[in-house]
Design a protein around this ligand. Structure first.
Ligand code: IPM
Ligand code: MN
Length: 356
């Protein structure tokens, strides 16, 4: 069981260290190697995804990823910016299925910006396609505008595209996931405007024929954004493309009060995966020992579940997290009156102690 540890930038190293500590406490034999990625990759090797880091990730069964990005790299050309590391890993490792659960722990119901009755008991799973869409579509660039009222000026352009096989495989992931949950899938597109959207809808509808036990409905992305904040509990599994999934998953994350709680998995066709917190590198609080490590710890649990099939160990971590929340321990992002404020390291230690 080989794990590549890629801590990255900002709070990345602090939070990954806690997840590594938890993994080490389980009594399994993991082989873990660490490499620089993102701004740290650029600083050490001149590239956000150095060849040595990519090789380590390719050779591993799973990747535990912290976060990348820092203001100090904002001036770099796009190809060298920290974000390219995560995009490159997704592309190079074929990680097409992004699972982003949004679960509200009852103890944190007060931390949401929405009324408790709207969000309490929330348990939805956003499945975002990760290797297609406008993120990777070509052609793209800046050119001379060929027609219309702005003909002759410069224009920026990107290409939204989805191949049939790309839509089929993510649809299967969604229906399979729904079979293990409430058996409902909402597919989100913009079929009223975009060719890609109508095509997406047609293919998902076709794949659905193989899943008689799952209910499918379709929603336009604008409506989905509204329903997510109006009545989020109505969703079970939501499946959508790369760009819409990026946006909707951030909105869904915030329903739970803190994006600091949410893990994610990016899987290939063989359950190799990259596991990372849904949040970013938070350079403003880096190095202060206050970042919430729970999203990363829960990401490690997802790794045990999906890549290594260690269900019991994954449950141990999930339950330990519930226990520390029940004990009232809170990092500043989820702190409320009456709870006990702890730092990154203390939170990690508490999870280890609660593993049982
Ligand atoms: C995410 C991030 C990335 C994305 C960025 C950092 C490239 O926002 O994982 O959601 O847009 O996919
Ligand atoms: Mn995002």
């Amino acid at each position: 069981m080989k794990i590549a540890i890629l801590p990255g930038d900002g709070i990345g190293p602090e939070i990954t260290a806690q997840a590594v500590k938890v993994l080490n406490a389980l009594g399994e034999r993991f082989e873990m190697d660490t490499a620089e990625v993102g701004g740290a990759g650029y600083a050490a090797h001149g590239h956000p995804l150095p060849d040595s880091t990519l090789k380590l990730a390719k050779d591993a069964d799973a990747v535990l990823f912290g976060a990348v990005g820092d203001y100090k790299y904002d001036g770099l050309e796009r190809a060298l910016r920290p974000e390219q590391a995560i995009l490159g890993l997704r592309r190079e490792l074929g990680l097409f299925a992004n699972l982003r659960p949004a679960i509200l722990y009852p103890e944190l119901a007060g931390a949401s910006t929405l009324k408790p009755e709207v969000v309490s008991g929330l348990d939805i799973l956003i499945i975002r396609e990760l290797t297609g869409d406008i993120y990777f579509g070509k052609p793209r660039g800046v050119r001379e505008c060929p027609d219309g009222p702005f003909k002759g000026q410069r224009e920026g352009f990107d290409t939204m595209r989805y191949a049939e096989g790309e839509i089929r495989r993510i649809a299967h992931v969604a229906f399979q996931a729904a079979l293990k949950r409430d058996k409902r899938v909402t597919s989100v597109d913009k079929a009223n405007v975009l060719e890609t959207g109508q095509f997406w809808r047609d293919i998902v509808t076709d794949v659905h024929k193989e899943y008689a036990g799952v209910e499918l409905d379709h929603m336009y992305v604008d409506n989905a954004a509204m329903q997510l904040v109006r009545a989020p509990k109505k969703f079970d599994v939501l499946v959508t493309g790369n760009m819409f999934g990026d946006i909707l998953s951030d909105a869904a994350a915030m329903l739970t009060g803190s994006i600091g709680m949410l893990p994610s998995a990016s899987l290939d066709a063989n359950n190799k995966g990259l596991y990372e917190p849904s949040h970013g590198s938070a350079p403003d609080i880096a190095g202060q020992g206050v970042a919430n490590p729970l999203a990363t710890i829960l990401s490690a649990a997802m790794m045990l579940r999906f890549t290594f099939g260690l269900t019991e160990q994954a449950d141990r971590i999930d339950n330990a997290v519930k226990r520390v929340l029940a004990q009232g321990l809170r990092t500043p992002d989820i702190h409320e009156a009456g709870s006990t404020r702890v730092g990154t390291e203390e939170m990690g230690n508490a999870v280890v102690a609660a593993l049982g």
